[in-house]
Design a protein around this ligand. Structure first.
Ligand SMILES: Nc1ncnc2c1ncn2[C@@H]1O[C@H](COP(=O)(O)OP(=O)(O)OP(=O)(O)O)[C@@H](O)[C@H]1O
Ligand SMILES: [Mg+2]
Length: 425
């Protein structure tokens, strides 16, 4: 039984193609073995080649690349169940056993595909700038290795998506990806969150609880905002990474854990080490490989592609038909500096799609922060005042969220939520 490509979304959705022969070209051209009606696909977009027992995807110099499980690739060995994206079309690579056209397994294949895609849809990463291609290249090379990865970059640049892409394309893809946000958990609870606790370990510890390390065992633990981990907990984390064992808070018996660590931060950890706020030995452990996410303003050639990607995503949710961006609207998007990076771009497009009224998205529909704080007749909105006040606190606290939260008299987790909401770093 040959391998198959099942087309899950796009103009050809529902089609199943058997990959007969050693090479099958997929694209919009008449001569393609798998012909797509997707206007975003290139004439010859990619081919699947049989090499001995394995199948390889080779991008054929397509205009907007081919992504496997959300990560654009030039050439990659395919695994059963991999999701390939070309323009607006998603295809799933299935074994002959998964697809028996006239039998019940066809339904199973579709169900399997749907599960993969349900998970997959939000992992998608768009971008074809040189900077993003370099990022995809590192992800592709590092994902299959079981090493720790540190992802750095400003807020909203896609660090979490990178962590997910690494997990999904790595040897632990079948295991869980467990995320812990070190900034959102109060300092005194972080150890019980990570390592678990025994019943009665501290006031409020009513029952024994597994920590995130144990839950993630066999999979990946994503330690987000790692710079916010208190120094005492840094020492304990280091020990766990070295010994691959955790002892629950209040417990004595170490439990074996087997996790891959992906950590992320928008701080300069070297500067944190210099300032005595982060342990150097822990930094070395975490940073076996580093993925540095470029700021959106440094790769503005990606903005049109991203903007259309988000427009496509929100178009289906909106009640009105939105055709596209006007040239002025796109120029406004491309020239903005995007301090909140892709998250900010995504939010602003969502708002424009929902609140705009014309058939196209016009420049006026795009409310950038400089325009936003003013409501009726130049009166500054409460959100605008809050945003500026938080910005000031963050500047005075040198970007230290703990200190900024103290200055503002709010819990660190609330500050964190607001920073996200306003797209601040
Ligand atoms: N290359 C990309 N293509 C499509 N969407 C993206 C891309 N990068 C980021 N996003 C989207 O932008 C948003 C922010 O991304 P993400 O949460 O990964 O950023 P982050 O770097 O972890 O931010 P923070 O430091 O604030 O936690 C998410 O909704 C994500 O899906
Ligand atoms: Mg994040």
């Amino acid at each position: 039984m040959p391998a198959h490509l099942f087309i899950r979304t796009g103009p050809n959705s529902g089609e199943v193609h058997a990959l007969e022969g050693d090479r099958v070209v997929v694209g919009r051209g008449m001569d393609c073995g798998v012909r797509l009606s997707d206007a975003h696909a290139s004439r010859q977009h990619f081919r699947v080649e049989r090499r001995g027992e394995s199948y390889w995807l080779v991008d054929m110099g397509s205009r907007n690349c081919t992504a496997v499980n959300g990560v654009p690739v030039d050439e990659k060995e395919l695994q059963w169940g991999d999701e390939l994206r070309v323009g607006l079309t998603r295809l799933v690579f299935l074994s002959g056993g998964d697809v028996t056209l006239l039998g019940p397994t066809h339904t199973q294949a579709i169900q399997k595909t749907q599960t993969i895609l349900k998970e997959g849809s939000s992992y998608e990463m768009v971008g074809s700038s040189r900077a993003m291609r370099a990022v995809f290249d590192v992800i592709e090379r590092v994902a299959p290795l079981d090493v720790s990865v540190l992802v750095t970059g400003e807020s909203g640049t896609g660090k979490e998506l990178v962590a997910r892409a690494i997990h999904r394309n790595g040897p632990r893809a079948e295991g869980q990806l467990v995320a812990v946000n070190c900034a959102a958990i109060p300092g005194n609870l972080i150890e019980s969150e990570l390592f678990g606790h025994e019943k009665g370990a501290f006031t409020g510890a009513g029952a024994r609880r597994q920590g995130r390390f144990e839950v993630a065992s066999g999979g990946t633990l994503f330690l987000d905002e790692i710079a916010e981990l208190p120094t005492e907990s840094q020492a304990k984390l280091l020990r766990v990474l070295e010994e691959k064992k955790v002892t629950r808070v209040g417990g004595t018996e170490p439990v074996d854990v087997d996790v891959r660590i992906v950590a992320a931060t928008n701080h300069d950890l070297r500067a944190e080490v210099e300032a005595g706020r982060f342990r150097q030995d822990l930094l070395f452990r975490l940073e076996v490989v580093r993925v540095e996410m470029p700021a959106l303003r440094d790769r503005s050639s990606d903005i049109p592609e991203l903007a259309e990607f988000f427009l496509e995503r929100y178009r289906s949710k909106a009640d009105r038909r939105v055709a596209n961006f006007t040239d002025e609207a796109m120029a406004k998007l491309v020239s903005h500096a995007w301090p909140g990076n892709i998250r900010e771009l995504k939010n602003i497009i969502e708002r424009a799609v929902i609140l705009g009224s014309g058939s196209d998205i016009r420049a006026d529909d795009i409310l950038l922060p400089a325009d936003a704080p003013h409501g009726e007749a130049g009166f500054e909105t409460l959100a605008g005042v809050e945003r500026r006040h938080i910005e000031r606190a963050m500047a005075l606290a040198d970007g230290n969220k703990k200190r900024a939260a103290e200055m503002l008299g709010i819990p660190r987790s609330s500050l964190y939520d607001r920073l996200k909401e306003y797209g601040l770093g």
